[in-house]
Design a binder for this molecule. Structure first.
Ligand SMILES: Cc1cc2nc3c(=O)[nH]c(=O)nc-3n(C[C@H](O)[C@H](O)[C@H](O)COP(=O)(O)OP(=O)(O)OC[C@H]3O[C@@H](n4cnc5c(N)ncnc54)[C@H](O)[C@@H]3O)c2cc1C
Length: 265
């Protein structure tokens, strides 16, 4: 009888200690988990763009939600920390609790990173485009950092939608990456609720895409993450310009695949 190959070990939630909680916008925090111990090696074995799933009992209810990792894997390994950024959804079960109640020293049950929205380093100069909105900056910030580290001739155009500058999640980290990479990350901010001198007002729409990306066929890869309307409009615009779907990568925050691994205890 042929032998079956050994089954891959089932991913398991493990309790991770919260090492840092930092505000990253109005009603949004970055939470860093300590994964420096060797038994947490699986948490550092991730690709830029992947997410972790949290499992918590909140107000008597068991809740699971997913949050993307916003630092590139090399930084996480150097720090012994993985970092998520959570934007509060008013009335939500988990995000208000994470933003307002989780503190340094707490432990949360976390599933190791997974997800298909990933960047695999490719040497050689290339142009990439990122279209993101709100908390959708989280996975694409890790991807942007990895893309820019892969080759000094690589450039990224990021078009970033937020309601206001104050609610722009991780905007200071985006600015830090742009500064550190000497203009290879070009950012266009679009605000929908306030007019900011020198910045775009409104939504990311077809005229703005056409202006920012006059030759979309020259762009090697497109990375999209944000509200559903932004994604569908951008995908339709790219399809209308004949951009092959294998060059368009998107993450939707509204659906998670099946999450049924064993709890930590
Ligand atoms: C792969 C993946 C990665 C994600 N990464 C992040 C991340 O990095 N940062 C982050 O803040 N969130 C992220 N999310 C969203 C996150 O998992 C939760 O859905 C979000 O925090 C809301 O959870 P909640 O329990 O507070 O709300 P729920 O109790 O689940 O929902 C409350 C209400 O809010 C609506 N809602 C749920 N999510 C959103 C949303 N994103 N925008 C607007 N309305 C919403 C629901 O339809 C519902 O009506 C990600 C989701 C997925 C699937």
């Amino acid at each position: 009888m042929p032998l079956l190959p050994p089954a891959a070990p089932r991913p398991r939630f493990a309790p991770l200690r919260v090492a840092r909680v930092d505000p990253v916008a109005e009603h949004a925090v970055s939470i860093a988990f300590d994964v420096a111990a060797p038994e947490h090696a699986a948490y550092l074995d991730y690709a830029a763009g992947q997410y972790v799933t949290l499992d918590a009992r909140i107000a008597g209810e068991r809740v699971r939600q997913s949050y993307s990792l916003w630092t590139r894997p090399a930084r996480a390994a150097a720090e012994g920390l993985i970092r998520i950024a959570v934007a509060e959804i008013a009335g939500g079960r988990m995000s208000p609790w994470l933003v307002s109640h989780v503190a340094v020293g707490d432990t949360l049950d976390v599933l190791p990173p997974r997800g298909e929205f990933t960047y695999a380093a490719q040497p050689g100069p290339a142009r990439h485009a990122i279209v993101a909105g709100g908390s959708g900056i989280t996975p694409v910030l890790a991807i942007a950092a990895d893309i820019l580290a892969a080759d000094p001739g690589t450039h990224i155009d990021l078009v970033l939608a937020n309601r206001t500058p104050a609610t722009a999640v991780l905007r200071h980290e985006v600015a830090a990456l742009a500064d550190a990479t000497h203009g290879r990350l070009r950012v266009t901010d679009v605000y929908s609720r306030v007019q900011v001198p020198g910045e775009r007002f409104g939504r990311i729409d077809e005229p703005l895409l056409a202006e920012r990306f006059p030759a979309p066929g020259d762009i090697a890869h497109w990375w999209l993450c944000g509200p559903e309307g932004l994604l569908t409009r951008t995908e339709a615009w790219l399809a209308g310009r004949g951009i092959p779907t294998e060059r368009v990568h998107r993450e939707r925050f509204t659906t998670t695949g099946p999450v049924d691994p064993a709890p930590a205890n």
